[in-house]
Ligand binder design. Sequence first.
Ligand SMILES: *Cc1c(COP(=O)(O)O)cnc(C)c1O
Length: 494
Amino acid sequence: MNYISTRDTSVKVTASQAITKGISSEGGLFVPDTIPCVTAEEIEALSKKDYIGRAKDILSLFLNDFTEEEVESCVKGAYETGFSDEKIAPLAKTGDGAYVLELFKGPTCAFKDMALQILPRLLKVAGGKAAKGTEIVILVATSGDTGKAALEGFKDVEHTRILVFYPSDGVSPMQKLQMCTQEGKNVSVCAIKGNFDDAQSGVKKIFTDKAVAAKLAENGMAFSSANSINWGRLAPQIVYYFSAYCDLVAEGEIKVGDKINVVVPTGNFGNILAAYYAKEMGLPVAKLICASNSNSVLTEFLTTGIYDRNRKFFTTISPSMDILISSNLERFLYALAGSENVKSWMASLASEGKYKVDDATLAKIKELFAAGCCDDEQTKATIARMFNEKNYLCDTHTAVAIKVYEDYKAKTGDKTPTVIASTASPFKFSASVLEAVDGINDGLDEFEMVEKLAEISKESCPEQLANLRSKAVRFEGVCSKDSMEKVVLDMLGI
Ligand SMILES: *Cc1c(COP(=O)(O)O)cnc(C)c1O
């Protein structure tokens, strides 16, 4: 297997090169040129293994130029310690055939840890093969969770530097605190005046700027990406869909071969794309259900075939999904329609903010996906209902997924067992969660809210969030969209 670019299939690279480069030089994303298959017997065998064993087997299929020992050491390094649940990604049964896949047991309490605990390790091995002697500079645009998870993953990793940009008014107070208090010698954080799309476009522009690349090369440095445009972020996300299925088999909830649905609260389309790849590899998935908040660009696209980012941008209580340009959709479009179509649709997105896929592509999309969205009021009502009726406390992003799933089920009557991806700890979004379950949150600071939430829910706040209270703020810088490049070069001292 090799990796090719979604915009130029003559670009052929190894897994190591795809991971080190992050994005192809003409702006396309790397995808495997063939999708490996996993048989029913192999799923049966995986169900008898633990998360580490499952991760090793699945990742080996994609990391074609890594040795078995290298894959194993990356996987063990990432998942052996640092997760607060021994299952790494446990399932909570909430009844009526629904299972919540808790992906937030890692060091930063969001699902981004699932990939960002292993990405630095993959990059270290890959960099040793593909870019020996180079200092890797990681640039991150974050809607809140990626930034912290990447900082935590890369802090003090040799031969790497990391700089995170976040929208100054687009993250929760807890997310901001998590980033601005980050420790480590090779880390830096800067707020930008703008939204997540501005941060992401700015980072992409710096990445593909030839003059900046040349300047880095002169200084023995090269950019890479920790955003989900990097294949090294996506591959580890495929693992937990297999793992969830295997847990359902191991616990006797389903038999190998039975189909499940998967619901994912979606922003950049990375997490749900990983579920799509799992399905293409042979995991028995019936429907992929894409859940959005009021920024419902994907709901519209997956149901009409029209992608139109020319719309009002909403700042919601599920900020990690406040996105109008979902980068990873490009990989999905490539799989359905090939690189010539991708090129023309992406060109039209860049020039007009809009494109429309052909009918044949739309028909394929509709067969694979269902989609829905909900607003902040519905999100809060769902948090309250889950807590009051099922004694299950979920965060705002997970609540969007639950609500969209309930709507889907009411509309279709589909009773297929369903895995709902839960992407963050409720304690990360305590203001909204507390308001939902308790009515008010007035006058309390972030930590008082966390304490009150713990008291009401009888769950304890993850230590790594509670401990932020005593940490010093290290990063307070704010820049405009147009000065991001200067901030990067200043930080690197070149
Ligand atoms: C990043 C994130 C999402 C969106 O995931 P994508 O892969 O970007 O679609 C959803 N919820 C939370 C809490 C996140 O951090």
